[in-house]
Design a protein around this ligand. Structure first.
Ligand SMILES: O=C(O)C1=C[C@@H](OP(=O)(O)O)[C@@H](O)[C@H](O)C1
Ligand SMILES: C=C(OP(=O)(O)O)C(=O)O
Length: 450
């Protein structure tokens, strides 16, 4: 199991309006995938704008252990010399994915399709996360689970298929990680591998598969779902990938600007993939002043500069169908809801229980510390807004979860008594520059101060 850094208790407090223009780091989902497709391609892949967070660095190490030559050539600039589909090397040691669900689960798919054996492990948070959802389809495709911790958890030793078998697999929950693991295993299977999802999840794997030269068909399935079919054993060719700014990271300065009076902030080059922008739509319904300034296209994705100004928000009802397009944004949406007038009900959040922490419990616990009334009813989270007057003042327990940590630091920027968190160390998994970037906007956040 990977050791944890010493906890970094931290706090934030109101310090005037946030002002300025910033670009948050590259998208985490695309960064993992750029390295993984680089590993599976023949020739050189050049990546620009890679997120250099701990989660992605763990994927880079795993790609090296599986045979790729991975080099950092500049800030966010990396090259990967791949081994080609079918060409993986058996790793010498344990693949340590730290805190990263995406990296570990996608690499399980890669290993499952190749005749190699690998052990997957991570930190105390990753060791709690359910992996049966990934292992079940991979076993159907010919992989074998050599060993696992209780309940299908890491550490897991997975023996890949001698000859992977293509499948038609319907995912039990909307999950891009399950979909991607099956498609990645299907890359080295002869014939067509199909994944059916009842609710469409983020489609970066499908887009990048095409970009690297694979044949992928996407058809609608029911009112909200998709049927994705990959033709196996393509020759993936090394490629050039430009990674736009991560909308899930942009969410933090965005909500900070909405709740700190007088703020006026520009977020540059944010990826606007419609399967990722549920938060922006929800905040707009709440009355947020978010203006799309300039649209462009980067790395095959639409991007936009967004101007965000302090706003008086009102509570809304967020439908369950929207959850896949904003699944990582509920902690910070709950913070926005705490500042709104009236109640916000967020429906259908069972998946939040199996993220880096039980996010439903972590959000409710942190809000209670801040004097905000929040309750969980079944899979719904209901936050009673304080109409701009949040007390703050307590200590939010972050449970090794970067998004819980950043969300409560954002809350403190608009709360009367500010807010403390027990540990900011995990922020480095997805947004290492969070502290300096927020300080650059004028936020009063003290990392490592209690
Ligand atoms: O595929 C991805 O890059 C991700 C998918 C989502 O997880 P699920 O597939 O479990 O919904 C999301 O929560 C995670 O941060 C990134
Ligand atoms: C859920 C997340 O990531 P992962 O599943 O990759 O750990 C996240 O970043 O919020």
């Amino acid at each position: 199991m990977s050791a944890h850094p010493t906890p970094v208790p931290s706090f934030s407090r109101p310090g005037g309006p946030l002002k300025g223009a910033v670009r948050v780091p590259g998208d985490k989902s695309m960064s993992h995938r750029a390295l993984i497709f680089g590993l599976l391609a023949v020739g050189e892949t050049r990546v620009q704008g890679l997120l250099e967070g701990e989660d992605v660095l763990a994927t880079a190490s795993a790609a090296r252990a599986l045979g790729a030559d991975v080099t950092r050539t500049g800030e966010g600039e990396w090259t990967v010399r791949g081994v080609g589909v079918g060409g993986l090397t058996e790793p010498a040691g344990v693949l340590d994915f730290g805190n990263a669900g995406t990296g570990s689960r996608l690499m399980m798919g890669v290993v499952a399709g190749h005749p190699v054996t690998a052990t997957f492990d991570g930190d105390a948070s990753l060791r709690k996360r359910p992996m049966r959802r990934i292992l079940d389809p991979l076993v159907q495709m010919g992989a074998r689970v050599v060993s696992e911790a209780e309940g299908g958890r890491c550490p897991i030793t997975l023996e890949g298929a001698r000859e992977a078998v293509p499948v038609v697999y319907e995912t039990p929950v909307a999950s891009a990680q399950i979909k991607s693991a099956v498609l990645l295993a299907g890359l080295n299977a002869p014939g067509k591998t199909t994944v059916i999802e009842r609710e469409a999840s983020r489609d970066h794997t499908e887009r990048m598969l095409r970009h690297f030269g694979a044949e992928v068909e996407v058809e609608p399935h029911g009112p909200h779902g998709r049927r994705v079919t990959l033709t196996g054993q393509p020759e993936l060719r090394g490629s050039h990938i430009v990674i736009p700014a991560d909308p899930s990271s942009a969410a933090f300065p965005m909500v900070a600007a909405l709740v700190a009076p007088g703020s006026d902030v520009i977020l540059e080059g944010v990826m606007m993939n419609p399967l990722r922008t549920g938060l922006f739509a929800t905040l707009a319904e709440m009355g947020a002043d978010i203006e799309v300034l300039a649209r462009a296209s980067e790395g095959g994705e639409e991007t936009a500069d967004l101007r965000v100004r302090f706003s008086r928000l009102k509570g809304v009802d967020v439908p369950a169908e929207r959850a896949p397009s904003m699944i990582d944004e509920y902690p910070v949406l709950a913070v926005a809801a705490a500042f709104a007038e009236g109640e916000t009900r967020m429906r259908g959040l069972s998946e939040l229980r199996v993220k880096e922490s039980d996010r439903l419990a972590a959000i409710a616990g942190g809000l209670a510390q801040a004097g905000v009334d929040a309750r969980i009813e079944g899979d719904d989270l209901i936050v009673r807004g304080c109409a701009g007057d949040v007390r703050g003042g307590g200590v939010a327990a972050t449970h090794l979860d970067h998004r819980i940590a950043m969300s409560f630091l954002v809350l403190g920027l608009g709360a009367r008594e500010g807010m403390k968190i027990d540990d900011a160390a995990m922020i480095a998994t997805s947004f290492p520059a969070f502290g300096p970037l927020m300080a650059g906007l004028g936020a009063d956040i003290v990392m490592g101060g209690d």
